[in-house]
Write a new protein. Sequence first.
Length: 396
Amino acid sequence: MPTTPFDDLHPETRLVHGAIQRSQFGETSETLFLTQGFVYDRAETAEARFKNEDPGYQYTRYANPTVAMFEDRLAEFEGAEMCCATATGMAAVHGAMVGLLKAGDHVVAPRLMFGACRWIIEDFLPRFGVASTLVDGTDLDAWRAAMRPNTKACFLESPANPTLVVMDIAAIAEIAHAAGALVVVDNVFATPVFQKPLKLGADVVVYSATKHIDGQGRCLGGAILGGRKLLEEKIQPFLRMSGPTLSPFNAWVLLKSLETLVLRVERQAATAAKVADALAALPGVTRVFFPGRADHPQAELIARQMLGPSTMVAFEVAGGKAGAFAFLNALKVVRISNNLGDAKSLITHPASTTHSRLKPEERAALGITDGMLRLSVGLEHADDLIADVTQAAGVV
Ligand SMILES: *Cc1c(COP(=O)(O)O)cnc(C)c1O
C-alpha cells in the first residue's frame, strides 16, 4: 500500500511527503476520509474485495485511507515493514501482547513500567492463562534467569517511566531470542526520533501516539510496528476482529503531526537538556535524572543505544511529598498534568498519581521517591521554563 517514490530521501522529508494517497482532486494536504464504509460499483467488485482479489477498502474497522497514510508514514520513519494503528497506546500494548500470546505462554517484563502496561502483564494476562515474571529490567542476569521453555514474549519500555532508567534492548533481545521469545518495546519515552528498537533487535515496537506523535494534546492514538509477516499473522487479525480501531479523524490529526515530529522533539529535548542542567544547580533539588546528562547512571548505554536524549526530565526535591507539592503549586508556566509529550510543559508527582497503585515499599525499591517529580518539557522558551522552576524551587 505505501505509495512513496522517495526511498532515497531523508527521514524528515519522508515525514512530510511520505505515504500520501491523493484523491482525484490532487489536494496538497492529506485528506480526511471520515467514512465508516465504502460503496462498490458492482456486486462482483464487493465479492473480489472480500476475497482480497481487489485492493480497495471495505470498512474502516479493517482499513481506511487516512489511517493507512498515518500507518505507512510512521512505518517508513520507524524503519518497520508494517504498522497497525490503534485507538490508544494501551490498545497497542494490549493488542500486541494478546496477538502474540496464548494460554500456557509466559512473559517476562521489568517491574518498572507505565502503570497500565504493568496491569496488562501482571493482572490481566494471567486471567487468560499467560503467566508473567517481573524482573529488575537493568539486570541482564535476572532476564536470563526468568526465561522458561514457554516464554514467548518479553516486554519493556526504555527509558522507563518515571525514573528514566534505561534498559539494554540489544542484550535483552539476544537473551529473549536465545530462549525463543519475541521482544516488544514501548518506545514512547525515547520517541521514534531518538531510538530505533527494531534496529537493536526488538521484534515489535509500540507507541502511544497520544504523546509526542500528536504532541499538541488533542487525540488519543496508538501504533504497533514490526515485520509484515508477524503483524499480518498475529496482530492485524486480532485488531480487525476485536475492534480497537483508530478513528480516521484522529489518524488525520496524528498524520499531520508527523510533519513536525522531528522539529518538535529535537527542540523539546534541547530545552529539556537546558532545564535539566538548571535544575541540577538549584538548592532545593537533590537529584536530576536526564538521559542526556553525563551523570545519568547509564550514560554509556545511552550513548550506545539512543540517537538523542528525551523530552522528559525526572528530579527530586528536598522535603519529600510536602516539598514536591509545594514545588508543583508554585509553578506558573509548567502545568500539573499526568500527560506528557505535549507542546505545553507538564509535570506530575508519580508517587501520588501514575504510580500510586504500587505499594510504598515497591515504589521505594524502584526509586520512585516521595520527592520525585517527572517533567515533560514542551515548546516554551527555555529561559521561561528555567525561571519558572527556579522560582518554584525557592519555596521548597
Ligand atoms: C501514555 C503511555 C501509554 C498508554 O498510552 P494511551 O494513549 O494513554 O493509551 C503506554 N506506555 C507509555 C510509556 C505511555 O507513556
